[in-house]
Design a protein around this ligand. Sequence first.
Ligand code: ADP
Ligand code: MG
Length: 311
Amino acid sequence: ATPTAVMVATGVGANNGVLIKGGDALERAQKVQYVIFDKTGTLTQGKATVTTVKVFTEMDRGDFLRLLASAEASSEHPLAKAILEYTRHFQFFEASKDSEENNDGSAMSAWLLDAVDFSAIPGRGVQCHIDGKRILVGNRSLLTENGIEIPTNVENFVVDLEDKAKTGILVAYDSELIGAVGVADPLKREAAVVIEGLKKMGVRPIMVTGDNWRTAKAVAKEVDIQDIRAEVMPAGKADVIRSFQKDGSVVAMVGDGINDSPALAAADVGIAIGAGTDIAIEAADYVLMKNNLEDVITAIDLSRKTFTRIR
Ligand code: ADP
Ligand code: MG
């Protein structure tokens, strides 16, 4: 294509909310054979909501939520945000029952317990101490790696959530499994049609996620993606990209998170969701300003049209 054609295409992209960082990226997109989608915040809306709270011991539900929220209060993770949001509503409701006083944000922070030795474990969850006892909040691996057994009733409860495409979060306090939380994150409305469209264009869609296999499979089934990689550690997504590139295949990655930026950089075509983190946007060749997955197709189409005309 002539420099003019590239300039025109870049302009057409910009007018459609597809930012293209340079002619090379524009050219590579026409050859894409695989599009690897991050799950959370890319295929899904990234708006996690707590749907289920289950306490497995005699502990009062309010006390359980207080421990849980206090442990997650220092986490930046979307799952932690969902838990804090849920407990904020719960706490507001509880406080308004036995008090005439106004409740603002300060009531929430006063309600939370002091958490010390906080640490976030990537791909696992969080750990800290409350009242001198250790609390763990996260997935199965977090608990088992810390020597906590998952009883059959708890396992069944989590499996049931995961089969419904939800993420199950386990809570252990003082080495005892005290409860679990189910979190839902709905798919973007256009996700299924975009996957179907890519297949029709001869492009193979793949899903990659740090979430567990069962949830990943349930989500992939809803959008009809056959090929998935789950329980991928934050640093592992770039390796997934490279494994697809091994035979010389041209690979695009679509992602939104900090976790995704090495993969976006490793891909032949990195596509960031505009609403994603700055680091992801920086690492990408394309930015979808409308946050609409249909623009993955727009991007490939634009490249095909620009570069096939002059062959
Ligand atoms: P992704 O963003 O691709 O879903 P992450 O690596 O961020 O993957 O997280 C993987 C898994 O680790 C989550 O699905 C969850 O089970 C667990 N996890 C991570 N951070 C937290 C947290 N703050 N609270 C509870 N669970 C967490
Ligand atoms: Mg994401």
